[in-house]
Design a protein around this ligand. Structure first.
Ligand code: PXG
Length: 465
């Protein structure tokens, strides 16, 4: 593995400051016009936090402070920031061909990336449909599920099953099958004919688990015992779950749970879709969450790590039978699936994906994550005695620290911890009162200590009030 010459980190020819902040250069742009996503706009604009550079394990703030990235951006920069190979590939592609029409035309990069992803994917998942985000890819997978059943002559199969606390992006399809109420409540009736499994998080049985909890496989039986009888299997198209739910606070699948979902789907002809937007590309150890648990879904949704976060890209990887059925059911010489995006398989995205996949392989990145995971696990579980900690859980290179909410102030305690960590030069992520850690897989042991040590100091300070 490369040695990380972080002490030599420079930004705009200035050495990066690692400890105390220094005076901010005057800001020459107003903050008002940008309506920020999933952000408290007014609070942010009153006290902004802006990144202006990034390299390997660090961000650099607008005022030149280094911040250790404990979250791989938003779970996407698995090989670390601004890696030379990826930067060069994007630059080269931008100069050679900026854009190629996605419909009725092609370009080599899209075919090459599809073929490589097909080779990486488990089982016979070997056809790849490109989108530009996880949300678009989720919509694509749901549409493919409906089109597949229609092509098989079962067009009544339209019910989609998600899970409480599931996150599948912000599109109407994704929020419909998703199970985070804040993301749904303002947006009307959503997709009809959707139902949800219960989530698997239960601190009474699973608190402080290391890796997959022992308890909870039976929760999958709800699909067969409640949901299938209610809707009738003959009406259900697909079940979509994250192998490990990320956004809603790192909910680790109980041992045997996903295996049982697979068996039930098989028994009743339901497609099983794994949303691997976060779990893909080494986060849980092997390339995909499906590999980590040894379950082959019918489709996988991927994004984020596919391009190491450098250019937006999402994709659906479908089993051969799904592709064959939809394509072969259409009359010859016609468009088989009326779906796609202007930027499906964009040349800059495919260049970034090819370079990222090369880099992952050259650096044995997923193997490195697997080697580091036990050290990371022990480091995060050392936080158990910190104030207000009610649970710590982990799988691969993901961990969560759950805090007891302050009375009448849900989310506030974790967010204050986030702000303190940021002041101290470490980026973490919070959702409600759950702190999530998902560092780039290039992190060193020393940096794991720094991440966890800084978090411990912040938790102690936050815990005082
Ligand atoms: N599916 C899953 C499982 C995701 O985690 C999406 C779909 C949507 O992807 P796009 O590219 O449309 O954002 C996601 C996105 C967080 C956080 O830490 C998680 C995501 C995005 C932003 C923040 O809560 N996941």
């Amino acid at each position: 593995m490369r040695s990380m010459a972080d002490s030599q980190l420079h930004w705009q020819n200035r050495p990066v400051i690692f400890a105390d902040s220094h005076a901010m250069p005057p800001r020459d742009y107003p903050l008002e016009s940008y309506w920020m996503p999933f952000t408290a706009n007014r609070a942010f604009k009153a006290a902004p936090r802006l990144f202006a550079g990034a390299k390997d394990m660090h961000y650099v703030t607008e005022d030149g402070r280094a911040v250790l990235d404990g979250t791989a951006g938003l779970w996407c920069v698995n090989a670390g920031h601004c890696r030379a190979k990826i930067v060069a590939a994007i630059q080269k592609q931008a100069a050679a061909m900026d854009y190629s029409p996605a419909f009725q035309m092609g370009h080599p990069g899209a075919f090459r990336v599809a073929e490589r992803v097909a080779r990486l994917a488990p089982g016979d998942l070997d056809h790849v449909f490109f989108a530009n985000s996880g949300s678009e890819a989720v919509d694509t997978a749901l549409k493919i599920a409906l089109a597949y059943h229609r092509a098989r002559g079962e067009s009544q199969r339209t019910v989609l099953i998600g899970r409480e606390r599931g996150y599948h992006g912000a599109g109407f399809g994704g929020i419909s099958v998703g199970g985070i109420s804040a993301n749904r409540k303002a947006f009307g009736s959503l997709l009809p004919r959707v139902d949800h499994l219960a989530h698997t998080h239960d601190l009474e049985h699973n608190a402080f688990s290391r890796g997959q909890p022992q308890w909870g496989a039976h929760l999958a039986d709800e699909l067969e015992n409640r949901i299938i009888p209610l809707h009738d299997a003959s009406n259900i198209a697909a079940v979509i779950v994250e192998p490990m739910a990320g956004s809603a606070g790192v909910l680790i699948p109980p041992k045997g749970y996903l295996e049982r979902l697979r068996q039930i789907c098989d028994r009743h002809g339901l497609l099983l879709i794994f949303d691997e937007v976060i779990t893909g590309f080494g986060r849980l150890g092997p390339c995909f969450g499906a590999d980590a648990v040894g379950v082959v879904p019918d489709m996988m949704v991927i994004a984020k790590g596919l391009t190491n976060g450098a250019v937006p890209m999402g994709a659906v990887v479908a089993r051969r039978g799904i592709y064959d059925r939809i394509v072969n059911a259409a009359p010859p010489d016609t468009i088989e699936l009326f779906h796609g995006y202007t930027y499906s398989g964009h040349p800059l995205a495919t260049a970034a994906a090819e370079a990222s996949l090369d880099l992952f392989e050259e650096e044995r990145l997923f193997g490195r994550g697997q080697e580091l995971a036990p050290y990371f696990q022990e480091a995060v579980h050392s936080l158990r005695e910190m104030p207000h900690v009610t649970d710590i859980r982990n799988l691969g290179m993901v961990a969560a620290i759950e805090l007891e909410s302050g009375p009448g102030r849900p989310g506030e305690r974790a967010f204050r911890t986030f702000l303190k960590c940021y002041e101290k030069g470490v980026l973490i992520r919070t959702t409600g009162d759950i702190i999530a850690l998902s560092p780039p897989l290039i992190i060193s042991r020393q940096q794991i200590d720094e991440l966890v040590g800084t978090l411990a100091a912040a938790l102690k300070e936050t815990g005082r009030n």
